[in-house]
Design a protein. Structure first.
Length: 348
């Protein structure tokens, strides 16, 4: 469309399984560029596809749809969807054999991506690239491994599967959330480890996967005081000097949710959004707080970020098989059969 609005810098959420009138109006603000879905927005593939279609129709312009569908504890879409294992399960299931775990991770990455894209959602915020250091409960089994090389290999396999299904990969939480005990949803974690430790361990997945086409990155709401006083998602040191310059990353940078307590020290919601964008984020997330989301959107009225809009638009990749067709493919049936034995208990 000639009058189509570009992708704006704000990703927000919805309250229910259908689009409310005030949400429909907000979606057309130029600052809006994305919607993230949660469990409360999902009932079935048919309902999700209808909601996504309504959201896209409501926006006069470009829009990205996202979800957190890692597997294990973090899987928003469940009914009719394949239950996915936590990232640590691939290696555990194979008795520590990385070579045996890689094809499982790859097939699970494909399955996750194919099912999410089947309802026209663009991407999941995955894979988790944190290296589990044995201290973070919020990361824990969401990480592929405690060894950085192993975590990198398995994340690469998962990412390759996602790419086969046409889904861009979003690595998180840069430069690494695995070395702190505090949960950034509830507090501002502080990681006192020096640069050489972070470079050789936590940053290894990014160093290896950026050259292999990692499409987007989400930084952590974590402070690394030996290097910078700001949380990584609000730090020009981390986003510009390290990520853009030293690691030569050219993809999209998403903020983590600005409603999290780890972002509160930056200021009010408008200040958080401006600080994240000024530091180098292309898009900011404001979740579970409709009033704050509306304030952020209004505070960014008139802001134009053409380079960010271009990077963000590249994440929209139509052409996925719809759900009814996907379920009929031999690839889908084979992937489900491979993944199901990895599920153990509620934590998967």
């Amino acid at each position: 469309m000639l009058d189509s609005q570009p992708v704006g810098p704000v990703m927000l959420d919805l309250q229910g399984t259908t689009l409310a009138p005030e949400e429909r109006e907000l979606l057309n603000h130029p600052a809006v560029g994305g919607v993230i879905l949660f469990s409360r927005n999902y009932e079935s593939p048919r309902q999700a596809a209808a909601l996504v279609a309504d959201v896209r129709a409501a926006r006069r312009g470009e829009l990205l749809l996202a979800v957190d569908q890692e597997g294990g504890r973090v899987q928003r879409m469940r009914a009719r969807y394949t239950r996915l294992p936590a990232a640590a399960r691939y290696l555990e299931h194979c008795g520590g054999d990385v070579a045996a775990a890689e094809p499982l991770a790859r097939e699970a990455g494909w399955l996750m991506a194919a099912e999410v894209r089947a309802v026209d959602i663009d991407f999941s915020f995955a894979p988790v690239l944190d290296v589990d250091c044995g201290v973070s409960e919020i990361i824990g089994d969401r990480a592929f491994a405690r060894d950085a090389e192993t975590a990198t290999h398995l994340a690469a396999a998962f990412m390759a599967g996602m790419a086969e299904a046409g889904m861009p990969a979003v690595g998180k939480h840069f430069p690494g959330h695995g070395g702190v005990a505090a949960d950034s949803h509830l507090a501002l974690p502080v990681d006192d480890r020096p640069w050489d430790v972070l470079w050789s361990r936590d940053l290894l997945p990014y160093r290896r996967l950026i050259p292999r086409g990692l499409d987007a990155i989400m930084p952590a709401h974590v402070v690394y005081p030996s290097l910078d006083q700001h949380p990584a998602g609000f730090s020009r040191f981390w986003l510009q000097h390290v990520l853009r310059q030293r690691l030569d990353f050219k993809g999209v940078i998403f903020s983590d949710d600005l409603s999290m307590e780890g972002a509160a020290a930056i200021g009010d919601f408008a200040q958080r959004a401006r600080s994240a964008l000024d530091a180098g984020c292309d898009m900011v997330l404001v979740c579970n707080n409709p009033e704050a989301a509306a304030k952020v959107v209004e505070s960014l009225d008139g802001l134009e970020l053409p380079e960010s809009a271009r990077r963000l638009a590249a994440l929209r990749r139509p052409g996925a098989l719809p759900w009814a067709e996907l379920e009929q493919t031999a690839r889908w049936r084979r992937a489900v059969e491979l993944v199901q034995p990895l599920i153990t208990g509620d934590g998967a």
